[in-house]
Design a protein around this ligand. Structure first.
Ligand code: FAD
Length: 278
């Protein structure tokens, strides 16, 4: 069982727990993006297994009538084993989602995977007419050009600042520069994207900017935030715009929990307080 200290950030170890979390979040006005924790498989077996688990989860979401969808990681579906393995597993997940009119997000991993991820997205975006979404990272220098390509495709795009640590040849490394880029790219997306914009950020400045850009261009948008981060703000925001909470679950929760705790002082303080108070 996941200890209470980690359950702020992780929606349980099993699908029934994750679905129950989604049901409660739906009651608070939030859509939920479920992510089965797992990445960087070097053998086909676990990649196939996770793809099959996503297919079952998609059936369960439909049966339960939840406002939920899934987000997959390319290396979880076998990209490190081979692009063909990733493509096959992604196709099975997208086809199953399509049967239920559900949506599939594709997370973006480190910069060496961007081309393969974009290509797979493009294929499914065209094939499904837009029930897939992709994440792009504002810290990568190439993202401006990638967004020009994505603007002509159906499907949704989530803009994030970038969680990886790419080298300076391919990325902006200063936080202020990444923030500037994020603002510019967000403005581009509101101008050019008809299918809507997904703002993947907890940053109040970026969320206010999105509201202003929506006022200016009328482009539909949604805000996406991680489970356990600014939860009150998520619920408050849901009065004004669509809000989706990204909720990871699964047995591999420990390293994800450490990442969340180490990335911010507030999260570390929360974890220490929970330990001290038992
Ligand atoms: P930051 O620059 O980290 O923070 C800016 C401001 O936001 C802070 O000053 C504070 O006011 C507020 N804030 C941030 N965190 C907290 C907190 N814990 N408590 C209170 N206030 C806070 N990255 C990828 O590379 N690939 C992906 O596929 C991907 N998917 C994502 C999906 C979602 C839904 C989200 C939310 C993020 C995703 N990320 C992904 C991570 C992303 O790249 C960033 O690393 C992460 O979101 C931190 O950046 P930020 O925009 O939230 O703002």
């Amino acid at each position: 069982m996941i200890p209470p200290i980690a359950s702020r950030f992780v929606a349980g170890e099993t699908a029934p727990e994750a679905l129950e979390h989604a049901r409660e979040a739906n009651e608070r006005g939030l859509g939920v993006i479920l992510n089965l924790l797992g990445e960087h498989y070097h053998e086909r077996g676990p990649a196939d297994e996770d793809a099959a688990t996503y297919c079952e989860l998609i059936d369960d979401i439909a049966d339960a009538g939840l406002r939920a969808c899934v987000s997959v990681k390319p290396s979880q579906l076998g990209l490190d084993v081979g692009e063909d393995v990733f493509r096959e597993n992604l196709a099975s997940v997208v086809e199953r989602a399509d049967e239920h009119d559900e949506f599939v997000w594709i997370d973006m991993e480190d910069h060496t995977t961007t081309d393969a991820t974009l290509d797979a997205f493009e294929h499914h975006a065209r094939e499904t007419g837009g029930s897939v979404g992709i994440c792009v990272q504002a810290n990568l220098r190439r993202t401006r050009e990638d967004l020009e390509r994505l603007a002509d495709l159906p499907g949704k795009v989530r803009l994030v600042k970038g969680a990886y640590d790419p080298p300076a040849e391919v990325a902006y490394r200063e936080k202020s520069r990444v923030n500037r880029e994020y603002r510019d790219l967000l403005a581009f997306m509101f101008r050019e994207f008809d299918d809507g914009v997904a703002v993947g950020s907890h940053d109040p400045g970026m969320i206010d900017l999105a509201a202003d850009l929506h006022g200016e261009y009328g482009t539909p948008y949604e805000v996406q935030m991680l489970m356990g981060v600014r939860e009150d703000a998520q619920v408050d925001l849901a009065d004004d715009c669509e809000v989706w909470q990204y909720a990871p679950y699964g047995s591999k929760w420990l390293s994800y929990f450490y990442r969340r705790v180490l990335e911010r002082k507030e999260n570390l303080t929360f974890a220490l307080r929970a330990v001290v108070s038992g």
